[in-house]
Design a protein around this ligand. Sequence first.
Ligand code: PHE
Length: 409
Amino acid sequence: IGQDSIELLGHSYPRDDFTNITPKILAKVGFHLQNQPYHPLWLIKERIKAHFYSSYVGRWGNPLFSVHDNLSPVVTVEQNFDSLLIPPDHPCRKRGDNYYLNRTTMLRAHTSAHQRELVRSGLDAFLLAGDVYRRDEINASHYPVFHQMEGVRLFSDLELFSRVRGGDELSLFERGGRRTAQKQESHSLEAVKLVEFDLKTTLTRLVTHLFGPDVEVRWVDCYFPFTHPSFEMEVRFQGDWMEVLGCGVMEQELLLSAGAGNKLGWAFGLGLERLAMILYSIPDIRLFWSRDERFLKQFRVDDIQTPICFQPFSKYPPFHNDISFWLPDAADRFTENDFYDLVRSVGGDLVEKVTLVDDFTHPRTGRRSHCYRIVYRHMERTLTQQEVRQVHQQIERSVEAELGVQGRF
Ligand code: PHE
């Protein structure tokens, strides 16, 4: 605070009017949970690696997919958005949703930020695991840092068509084609259908490996600026359909800009916490950051394929505390995510959950007020009344000082 640059992972980034990263978030960078042996995120990553290594081998018995799990989460805005054809005015670039170091640099919001550079480096098939950062609400399944696994596979016409009879008559591209719901303008329908088929079988095999042969899968059409067609995969778990990943046929313009314009490709990105929470019955996303042995020891298994069902240890008692304030008159000066971030930077992991419990507009003055309920609970010990009061009062002070609201405390 008060300094005009941010130090992170040995580099210095000048602050500007876009900077919105908080010290609490900075402190989360560099843990590489996906690389800590026997951490549940590591376990899932290793299971996915093992599956791809054994199922997809090259002509000389070598693994087809290379694995990258050490790329820095600090990326340029260009990598995170522009390289993926995300337009300059796209809402996903909002300051309210991302952590910016400054106008040109940010914490990656998804592992797709590295697609172009890895394709450009000559790779045809790779997996990439890492931490990603998004400003978000606070509850048992949302945390501003989580982990993703990206997968990309490219096909030359030989690789794609040598699998089908009569394939040597087919070509990847067609001139003067139109973009339809099924394909991009430059692609031939035959090529796209083969790539889409390969993508869906690859991912179905992966979740079958993870969840067992009885898993039910369904595909939902969706939209990403960097794939077309695009799909979400949902997995049926305890009666509910859960979204586990986004994927699709890579935009040809992206491949062209990465020097692989003569190939077609698919890409997917899946959330590792989401998978781990389902597979190991982990009830709260904050547990992934726990150093409590009662959590970590449950994942130390000799064989990574051992089924694990996390046994929750007794929870310590929660404290509930409400906070109400009048919003600034200029309504656009306040967003809920500003408040969630502030609570997170003051309260850290003591905060289990924040919910908007009342949104009230005064009938006469037209002033608007919000009331939030904050649940305080430590994962590893019982908090004291006094400790909670101190944090809560600090939040009351900061919210007035930093967000321009007027307390009704
Ligand atoms: N990056 C997307 C997300 O985070 C997921 C995705 C990856 C979609 C690759 C398509 C292809 O939601």
